[in-house]
Design a protein around this ligand. Structure first.
Ligand code: PEP
Ligand code: MG
Length: 578
């Protein structure tokens, strides 16, 4: 009774229902020698075709139920199924080695999957998951084994699985699937992102949930605290029902704030904006009362394809976002590729330290054609809304000047071609490298605004790779070193009459929010689903009161001390949201 499994809180909320173990049948592949390779290749092609038809169906379902960007996952799967780099070696193996299609497929796909999974790169790791997912589908057709279709579930359940493949998640019907818990995965895995956009409570990365939970057992998924409770006693069920009701009541309260401005108790106004990756994400921004887009990560336009997006394609994407935001500010970040975000088709050499390497603005200032194409698309789109442009990974004043000069050149060229460009585009920079935070007073004279990228600023300041679990204890947003840098940036901006925002995850963090308000941050940009709870929090805080505690906070010795102080004196909500 009441056994607990601890994991990562991936999507907020509480769910209580019977367990449904989503098991993928063991697809055992044996090697057999064949005598008729043509026939075997034909069998392989037929399984490919069937898989494609199935995936087209799932893609359409995802498009209707979940939106364009989720459907893109299946478009990516369909691409895998048409990729000659993967398929030709399989056909060759069948013909040359005279082996059965199942074996050839398994060998080649495992080789590619392992290669991608071993890369120190989240994006490529996800591609490995795509290959595995697609391989399973084709194998099931070759072996004549049915894959469980989660879309057929017709009673209220909590899904328990080792992992949820993107195709599983896309088929989940919110009416019946109340939550899920998995053995593997992290907050940025496909399944976690899907869960947040579907607003299904989820706990991932538990390591043992499939070992602990039987089909039909009563389960509680606590997506607020990252916990799964198995066979709870009636008392525990009741306690969680109360927690669930309290959370629902909070959400209902927050929902009333969707059209409100974000004004602290003592009348200080801040802007709550959202981070987006695709034009479709604007739906979530509007639904959650975002007052702008504080970070449009344009690299997603360049990913999941095999060549650079054209100026026309980019123009359409930027125009769509600007128009849909109806004059609210939209901060577009120019291409930030490298580090954890690779573009295979650029064919850049592998580096020892990609986070410190040839990336973002460094790449754009040398590959100027690519950069200029993006800037032209942005400038042409500028007349459709309130565009602000920012450059990523600026380390030196010279880099900012060069990037801005290129932007101005493109603007003049367009104007001389008779193309209208907005006159008042603000040009700013990300502050995500400690050197630029330290030199913020110098930068502040040149930029129109700063946006503090704490995701990187923390990793560079504490020299702790943001992807490396072993040093995650050093990845400390509340470390006074970070708070002092953030203060320097905000103060420097204000001294020059400029504004300072933050688009790293820290901007939506319940502990950080009071400190950032006290420091005078002007714009907070976060995932859309955090906006309403952040607004609620700020409405209940007094900017002056927290400002008075700032001196004390930045002189604290450790991150733990800061966290404890905020929890004890500045937090009023026992329920957090992700
Ligand atoms: C950051 O570094 O804080 C940031 C917002 O950018 P990204 O997470 O895309 O590196
Ligand atoms: Mg960054």
């Amino acid at each position: 009774m009441n056994e607990q499994v601890v994991g990562i809180a991936a999507s907020s909320g509480i769910a209580i229902a019977k367990a449904f173990r989503l098991e993928h049948p063991e697809l055992t592949v044996e090697k057999t020698m064949i005598t008729n390779p043509e026939h075997e290749v034909a069998r392989f092609e037929q399984a490919l075709e069937r898989s494609k038809v199935e995936l087209e169906g799932i893609k359409e379902y995802a498009r209707k139920e979940l939106g364009e960007d989720k459907a893109e996952i299946f478009a990516a799967h369909l691409l895998v199924l048409s990729d000659p780099e993967l398929l030709n070696p399989i056909r060759d193996a069948i013909k040359n080695e005279q082996v059965n299609a199942e074996f050839a497929l398994n060998e080649v796909a495992t080789m590619f999957g392992n290669m991608f999974a071993a890369m120190d790169n989240e994006y490529m790791k996800e591609r490995a998951a795509d290959i595995r997912d697609v391989t399973k589908r084709v194998l099931s057709h070759l072996l004549g084994v049915m894959i469980t279709n989660p879309g057929m579930i017709a009673e209220e359940v909590i899904i328990i699985a080792e992992d949820l493949t993107p195709s599983d998640t896309a088929q989940l019907n919110r009416k019946y699937v109340k939550g899920f818990a998995t053995d593997i995965g992290g907050r940025t895995s496909h399944s976690a992102i899907m869960a947040r956009s579907m607003e299904i409570p989820a706990v991932v990365g538990t390591k043992t949930v499939t070992a602990e939970i039987e089909n039909g057992a009563l389960v509680i998924v606590d997506g607020l605290d990252g916990m799964v409770i198995v066979n709870p006693t009636p008392d525990v069920v009741q306690a969680y029902q109360e927690k669930q009701a309290a959370y629902q009541a909070k959400k209902a309260e927050w929902a009333k704030l969707v059209n409100e401005h974000t004004v602290s108790r003592d009348g200080y106004h801040v802007e709550l904006a959202a981070n987006i990756g695709t034009p479709d994400d604007v739906n979530g921004v509007l639904a959650n009362g975002g007052e702008g887009v504080g970070l449009y990560r344009t690299e997603f336009l360049y990913m999941g394809r095999d060549q650079l997006p054209t100026e026309a394609e980019q123009f359409e994407a930027y125009k769509t976002v600007l128009e849909r935001m109806e004059g609210k500010p939209v901060v577009v970040r120019t291409l930030d590729i490298g580090g954890d975000k690779e573009l295979p088709y650029l064919d850049l050499p592998k580096e020892m330290n990609p986070f410190l390497g040839y990336r973002a603005i460094r790449l754009c200032l040398t590959s100027q054609d690519m950069f200029r194409t993006q800037l032209r698309a942005l400038l042409r789109a500028s007349i459709y809304g309130n565009l602000k442009i920012m450059f990523p990974m600026i380390a030196t004043v010279d880099e900012f000047r060069q990037a801005k000069a290129i932007l101005m050149e493109e603007k003049e060229k367009l104007q001389s071609e008779g193309i209208v460009v907005a006159e008042d585009i603000e040009v700013g920079m990300m502050v995500e490298i400690p050197a630029s935070a330290v030199m913020a007073d110098v930068f502040a004279k040149e930029v129109d605004f700063f946006s503090i990228g704490t995701n990187d600023l923390i990793q560079y300041t504490l020299a702790a790779d943001r992807m490396n679990e072993r040093v995650s204890y050093l990845y400390q947003p509340y470390n006074p070193a970070i708070l002092r840098l953030v203060k320097m940036v905000i103060d420097a901006a204000h001294k020059e009459g400029k504004w300072a925002g933050m688009c790293g995850e820290m901007a939506g963090d319940e502990i950080a929010i009071p400190i950032l308000l006290g420091l005078g941050l002007d714009e907070f940009s976060m995932s859309a689903t955090s906006i309403l709870s952040a607004r609620n929090q700020i409405l209940n805080l007094s900017k002056e009161e927290v400002a008075q505690a700032i001196e004390q906070i930045i002189n604290m010795e450790t991150a733990e001390e800061v966290e404890r102080f905020v929890k004890e004196t500045l937090l009023n909500s026992p329920i957090s949201a992700s």
